[in-house]
Design a protein around this ligand. Structure first.
Ligand SMILES: Cc1cc2nc3c(=O)[nH]c(=O)nc-3n(C[C@H](O)[C@H](O)[C@H](O)COP(=O)(O)O)c2cc1C
Length: 313
């Protein structure tokens, strides 16, 4: 009976456009929780999700931080992976051959340790025609300026976005850090500097102590908090950013189920990313996509745009 019902119900249009990229639906992985895509092929059909987002790429390979670098917390986790990645050259050589075979837009998340490095990685992305867009991670310390995090200072954020905008001949998504007093100030600065879309949020800085050893549970001392624990903070920030800029916003933070993703869409996110949930259930994104579709059918909504930004006050 259910199958029969499915066959006669018109399927809602779930497609959205972000910075000129057409996505079949608004659900994609959050960088760093989905490897380079291929790792998840035993679990999900890559052509069912809206986009693939790569692990953060840098100019040179990066080994990351010493272990332990992850710790479970209440409804979430702390990580201080330290942006371990294969580097842009190995990515092109060893990871792109798989990504080229998939009929789903690929978004390359990237970062630099200095302003110049950010600019250089952006330039290298131009050599990969199959990359649909760049997602710029500005939650990194500027080693040349005493380690101040680019994304916590509107001026530094604006500088890095302007340089990357100049060098990158592809749509540019800028991913914001929540570790600021007023995220709208940085959001406006990066929009003005040329961001085509904004993704938020990255992880919240946290710390946890093992009381038996009295040592930090993460060798790096602090780590980034992610998972359901951060969702209300993320929804609040996405709502604020949507109200402050006119470029599309991608909502991230603690999405586990369709209902969580719907919260972000209702406050105005045009798409969402799923991070930590992929570690718990590698098929989470598929259930989320199906759940959003079921909700739209239930509500009699033909086009997901009717839901996006439909918050009632
Ligand atoms: C293990 C791990 C690695 C991550 N690596 C990156 C990264 O390379 N680049 C980036 O922009 N964000 C990275 N993030 C942040 C996530 O993309 C996401 O913004 C954050 O985890 C919040 O979403 P969630 O609560 O759904 O996990 C990472 C997160 C985790 C847990």
């Amino acid at each position: 009976m259910n199958e029969l019902k499915k066959a006669v119900v018109k399927r809602p249009d779930m497609s959205v456009e972000i910075a000129g990229i057409k996505l079949r639906n608004p659900v994609m992985p959050a960088s760093g929780t989905f490897g380079y895509g291929e790792e998840y092929t035993p679990f999900i059909d890559m052509e069912k999700i809206g986009a693939i987002v790569t692990k953060g790429l840098s100019l040179k390979p990066k080994a990351g931080n010493p272990t332990p670098r992850i710790a479970e917390t209440v409804s979430g986790m702390l990580n201080a992976i330290g942006l371990q990645n294969v580097g842009i050259e190995a990515f092109i050589q060893h990871k792109m051959p798989f990504l080229r075979t998939v009929n789903t837009p690929v978004i390359a998340n990237f970062f630099g340790n200095t302003l110049e490095e950010y600019g250089e990685v952006a330039r290298r992305l131009n050599d990969i025609p199959e990359i649909a867009a760049g997602e710029l991670n500005i939650s990194c310390p500027n080693v040349k300026q005493g380690g101040i995090v680019f994304g916590t200072d509107p001026k530094a954020a604006s500088e890095v976005v302007a340089l990357v905008r100049k060098n990158l001949q592809k749509p540019l998504i800028v991913k914001l850090t929540p570790n600021v007093t007023d995220i709208t100030v940085v959001a406006r600065a990066v929009e003005e500097a040329g961001a085509d879309a904004i993704a938020c949020i990255n992880t919240l800085t946290g710390m946890s102590v093992d009381v038996n050893t009295r040592k930090p549970r993460i060798a790096n001392m602090t780590g980034g908090l992610s998972g359901p624990a951060i969702r209300p903070v993320a929804v609040r920030m996405v709502h604020q950013v949507v109200q402050s800029v006119s470029v599309p916003v991608i909502g991230i933070g603690g999405i586990v189920k369709a209902m969580d993703a719907l919260e972000f869409l209702i406050v105005g996110a045009k798409a969402v990313q799923v991070g930590t949930a992929n570690f718990v259930d590698p098929t989470a994104m598929i259930s989320i996509i199906e759940g959003i579709e079921a909700f739209l059918i239930e509500e009699g909504i033909d086009d997901i745009h009717e839901l996006i930004g439909s918050l009632r006050l």
